[in-house]
Design a protein around this ligand. Structure first.
Ligand SMILES: Cc1cc2nc3c(=O)[nH]c(=O)nc-3n(C[C@H](O)[C@H](O)[C@H](O)COP(=O)(O)OP(=O)(O)OC[C@H]3O[C@@H](n4cnc5c(N)ncnc54)[C@H](O)[C@@H]3O)c2cc1C
Ligand code: FES
Length: 276
């Protein structure tokens, strides 16, 4: 049975009925990705790595990670890529319109359990969204951790998420942030190459580091290989998995993953619990 890092509130406290929430700000990140800030009627608490179900009235529901600051209970933040009918409608929302949400659901990244460790965050593409709350948490509690390293890969410069925020994070002296793109035109002055290649050139102390990885499955596979080559044991690697979801509470079987369910046992898993 895959073991997640359990942090879900009980089903009875979350419920299955979406609550209407007003849209505050909508910020365009890239051509097909937007970040929505929702204004809940009462404080909303979550742990980094958890997700909500977003309901577009008359269209359907999608699972979307929480991408905001976990210490801010007055805003619910989601970063959404338009790929199908529901996600396209979500990113078309405007200020003051209403969306349904239920959650938070799922397991979380083990940040609180790893105080004293070095933390290596590895994100590919939209995989930065569920890891951004980890970064906020680490910055708010910086003195409790060793080295903090973030490696982020996007397909191209125009696909980099949270660009201004990344630039401000990179000015800090207590965190190592490296950004790379798969392809770029000649005017790009940054790194070019895939994100697993960054792992190979990052100093890692395998006895004191924990890695948190999210991105396309192929990127996660090569990143895990690179981390293992650097000596990191598989029980020090955590990944977030995506599967099609309907109920989000372990009832319908849509997100079956081996003997478990991604919605109930994940989405964050310790890698040794799911490695074949
Ligand atoms: C735990 C969890 C967290 C997630 N977090 C986020 C998030 O933070 N932001 C976000 O944008 N999405 C996230 N997703 C994905 C999201 O739930 C939907 O799958 C996605 O938005 C598409 O939904 P749709 O109904 O609009 O499209 P659908 O109608 O389901 O799909 C339309 C087409 O797009 C393809 N497709 C479906 N999903 C994807 C995808 N992820 N990438 C590329 N193609 C796809 C389908 O195969 C289909 O061809 C998450 C999923 C899970 C399980
Ligand atoms: S979505 Fe229903 S069991 Fe996971």
């Amino acid at each position: 049975m895959p073991e997640g890092v359990h942090c879900s509130p009980s089903l009875s406290s979350v419920g299955l009925r979406p609550s209407p929430v007003r849209v505050g700000r909508v910020r365009r990140e890239t051509a097909d990705v937007a970040t929505l800030e929702l204004a809940p009627a009462s404080p909303f608490a979550f742990s980094p790595g958890q997700f909500n179900m977003l309901y577009m009235f008359g269209l359907g529901e999608v699972a979307i990670s929480l991408s905001g600051d976990p210490s801010d209970e007055d805003r619910i933040v989601h970063t959404v890529r338009a790929v199908g009918a529901v996600s396209k409608a979500v990113i078309g929302l405007r200020h003051d319109q209403v969306i349904g949400i239920r959650g938070p659901y799922g397991s979380c990244w083990p940040v609180a359990d790893n105080e004293g460790s070095d933390i290596i965050v590895v994100a590919g593409g939209l995989g930065l969204a569920p890891l951004r709350p980890v970064i906020y948490y680490l910055f708010a509690n910086r003195e409790r951790y060793g080295r903090v390293v973030m490696l982020y890969g996007a397909r191209g410069p125009a696909e980099i998420l949270y660009r201004r925020e990344l630039e401000s994070w990179r000015r800090r002296l207590d965190v190592d942030i490296t950004v790379t793109v798969d392809h770029a035109a000649a005017d790009w002055r940054g790194n070019v190459g895939v994100v697993p290649a960054l792992v190979a050139r990052t100093p890692i102390d395998p006895d004191h580091a924990v890695a948190m990885v999210c991105g396309p499955e192929i990127m996660m596979r090569f990143t895990i290989d690179a981390l293992r080559q650097r000596g990191l044991a598989i029980d020090r690697i955590f990944v977030s998995m995506e599967r099609n979801m309907k109920c989000a509470v372990g009832l319908c079987g849509h997100c079956q993953f081996g003997p478990g369910f991604v919605c109930r046992d994940g989405p964050v898993f310790r890698y040794d619990c799911i490695a074949a």
